[in-house]
Design a protein around this ligand. Structure first.
Ligand SMILES: Cc1ncc(COP(=O)(O)OP(=O)(O)O)c(N)n1
Ligand SMILES: Cc1nc(C(=O)O)sc1CCOP(=O)(O)O
Ligand SMILES: [Mg+2]
Length: 219
């Protein structure tokens, strides 16, 4: 499945400024989010399934897929489109085996070594980072910058030329363009969207930036 990663909005109740996630989702999709991820690291399983079901209902009319961070069981229970798993989560092979060929499976790639080893044939997209410093993740790795993303991108392009890559960590309006110029097909963002005074405008601005650099790259 080809996943549109141009603007991957990640919803995290701890980084939502107290706003209901469904309201944020509506605003972000209106502004141009193409993929939504639910990331709830500390809530109960029951709360996460309820959040996910509500988001599936809100996103369905727009045709924007919802992926669930870390939790294959929650994705199945809520009827979400798929999962995003990192190197400490369920293995990509296991997530794909459980969810089947029609689901979206995304995976975090943080090193050149991982870019060489990960079973890319089982993946729909890769989240590459951390690109910049972030306050949204505990114990983040040192930022690799757009240059680091570009090096990982080159390995991924050699192994899986059409697999989309999304940059993550600390991406905002002022620094998104170099991430796409370095080879990302989109940006994955929490704070600069969910903590913005106007999330819809923030999403529209980021989408315009991403689309502009993608168009330059294609020209
Ligand atoms: C699009 C995207 N890329 C990377 C991540 C990070 O996943 P992970 O390393 O498993 O960290 P947590 O999000 O689980 O803390 C992501 N969530 N999304
Ligand atoms: C979920 C996540 N993963 C990261 C990684 O580096 O793998 S950084 C991150 C949080 C990104 O949030 P913000 O846009 O607020 O920086
Ligand atoms: Mg994870």
């Amino acid at each position: 499945m080809t996943v549109d990663v141009r603007l991957n909005a990640i919803l995290d109740p701890e980084r939502a400024g107290g706003r209901p996630l469904v309201d944020l989702a509506r605003a972000l999709v209106a502004g141009g989010a193409t993929l939504v991820q639910l990331r709830d690291k500390h809530g109960s399983t029951r709360r996460m399934i309820e959040e996910a079901r509500a988001l599936v209902d809100v996103l369905a009319p727009f045709g924007v897929p919802l992926v669930i961070n870390d939790r294959v069981d929650v994705a199945l229970a809520a009827g979400a489109a798929g999962v995003h798993v990192g190197p400490d989560d369920m293995a990509v092979e296991d997530a794909r085996a459980i969810l089947g060929p029609g689901a979206i499976v995304g995976h975090s790639i943080k090193t050149l070594d991982a870019a060489e080893r990960v079973p890319l044939d089982l993946l729909d997209y890769a989240g590459v980072g951390g690109v910049y410093a972030t306050l949204s993740k505990d114990n983040p790795a040192p930022p690799m910058g757009p240059e680091g993303l570009g090096k990982i991108r080159a390995v991924l392009r050699r192994r899986a030329p059409t697999m989309p890559v999304v940059g993550i960590a600390g991406i905002e309006i002022g620094n998104a363009a170099p991430v796409v110029a370095a080879g990302a097909d989109g940006v994955a963002v929490i704070s600069a969207l969910s903590l913005s005074p106007d999330p819809e405008v923030a999403a529209r601005t980021l989408r315009t930036i991403v689309d502009g650099v993608l168009a330059e790259r294609a020209a």
